[in-house]
Design a binder for this molecule. Sequence first.
Ligand code: ZN
Ligand code: ZN
Length: 515
Amino acid sequence: MSHSLECPVCLHNQDENIKFIVGPCRHAICVPCMERIVYRSSSGNRGQDFLTSSPDDLDNVIVTNMPLRGRCPMCRGILSLIDLCKYNPDEEFQSQFDFDFKPLRGSTFFLSMDNAETELPWIQFLSFPSEGVPFVLLSGGEQLIHFEQQSCIYHAKSQTFSGTLKTFQNQTWSISVQFSSGLKCICRGGIVIESTEVGPMDGQWRVTWPSVPQESAAEIEVGSNCFSLYGKRYRIELGHDENGKLEKNSFMWPDESETIVQTLNSINGGEIFLGENGLVGEAEHSMLKWTTSHDEVKEIHWQRIHPPTVKTNRLFVPLCPSGGALYMNRHKVTASENAMYNPDSLWGNTFIQGNTFGMAAYHFEIDFSPPYISYDNIMCSLTWPTLDDGQPIPSRIYFKQLMWDSKTRTFEGVIDWMETHGTTWQGMSSWTYQMVFDTNFMCILSGNIVTKNATGTVEMSRFGSDLIYLNAALKDKFKDLDDHERQESIRKELSRLEAEGISPMTEYLLQDVLS
Ligand SMILES: [Zn+2]
Ligand SMILES: [Zn+2]
């Protein structure tokens, strides 16, 4: 006799032929509910202090920023799609994992933008060779560090790679990154760094600046030689000789002048040795003194309050633009910005909003191939949420149920997310379009989009007010004219557009582009 299992989320039970799956906490949840939990699009946490977060906060940061993670609705424990797979190796779930990560083979993701104020090690590039184990190069490093082969997994549906590697100082890095559609860039993810190393300075300190007023004191927590103060992160470089005498100690003070804080001494200027437990400043009330290259703050005093309390330090380093780093696949970045202008027909024209290509741009190809919406601009992948089942935003989605009336210049078509991608996007299942163009195909004059949500509700947005779309090659129309002819021609076009009913907003933006 078996008693039936009931999903705590949707209350379906096992008898209804629904598969169940468990996480490390052993709470059984049905597969569709578990998928919703772990695929939920992560939002990124710009400006959040990743380093000094309490363990609970850090868990939140990890769940929010690492792809394929969520929380158990029963006990709030962390669930990871990868752990689920391990716990229940026979589940259908596993079919979505590619242990050879084939799609990534031959790609390298380079650090292209780095705005992070951090002294933590950065990944310089992440490479997937055509054969063998993937590897990284760290900033300032010369050696390639390979992933542990058995830890490497690629989840095809969400385009997420996960793997673990060991770095210097016995740190374990669990890396999980989601790639944009077409594998152009890393759109979200990060590294969970676990280290059992206890730095000599680890623990709690009271910090004072003798040359600034007495009130200015702060408490900091150093972990794995890193600490954070007033929203900035620092990494202390420490060395010692065979007698335990500290030498070459320093950290950077990331302000405009790049102050270097160095030369750690005891308060009376004496040298410092590691204590019995390998720590600095263990003796009660012992005060340490840093010397700086700053003009006004020449000294910083540190007094130890507590030795380090945790043996395993864990921190999270974001590997995504919201954490200050953009990784691009150089070979995949193609310019699609060569739109042409066809004054005689819809076909051959591209319509864009915000004067930007690939941000929901409408493409009508000259060869009458199916028109589509382009999300080719990587900003879509980086700043907009994934589809609701965790898939990256596609670089193109094609219109269906097409209708084109050349007399009224009215185009109709449907974007069906459910039908095309089997899921919703931000709760929307389909968009039904009607676009009315002007006689010279310079803009979308009017029309609307009817959005159907998964819940059955319907919303409408209007071209000309909610949405302004202009021909991407508008300037080409006037490019062969001299200045005078150009002004005259623009004036004529504007009065024609006014007669055809252009909205004031569309006219304003059109003039702006042509000016
Ligand atoms: Zn369920
Ligand atoms: Zn649980």
